[in-house]
Design a protein around this ligand. Structure first.
Ligand code: FES
Length: 123
């Protein structure tokens, strides 16, 4: 099973702006991610999936990286208009790590402060 990038499709663009042009921030981010992912050389290694909520609703937009036997990382306060590229760059680091551990300093700079939780795999 490929690793997953989970996007909360219900998140707004920010705490104060739910939708633009009828689209939530999560839907907007998801659309951009899917466009880039369809041309991405590693698309078979990473599935883009959605959820209705990642329970960090006051800090939109939220996503998570999940993989079998890997640490899970939760990110929030992501700008849905500008982050799709950076999220795939971060995904490459996650894919390349056997246990999913990625040092914060290796992340794209715009994402470094957005990483808010690391959850160990089940043992
Ligand atoms: S609405 Fe996105 S985390 Fe809850």
């Amino acid at each position: 099973m490929p690793d997953q990038l989970i996007v909360c499709k219900s998140c707004g663009f920010s705490e104060k702006e739910d939708k633009r042009m009828g689209e939530t921030g999560g839907e907007h981010l998801l659309r951009h991610l899917k466009e880039l992912h369809s041309q991405w050389s590693r698309r078979d290694e990473l599935a883009i999936v959605t959820t209705g909520c990642l329970c960090i609703c006051d800090n939109p937009c939220a996503i998570a990286y999940v993989g079998t036997g890997k640490y899970t990382y939760l990110f929030a306060n992501i700008d849905p208009a500008t982050s799709a590229d950076n999220l795939l760059s971060a995904a490459e680091l996650y894919l390349d790590s056997m246990d999913g551990m990625v040092s914060a300093y290796r992340l794209p700079s715009d994402l470094q402060l957005c990483r808010i939780a690391r959850i160990p795999p089940a043992s």
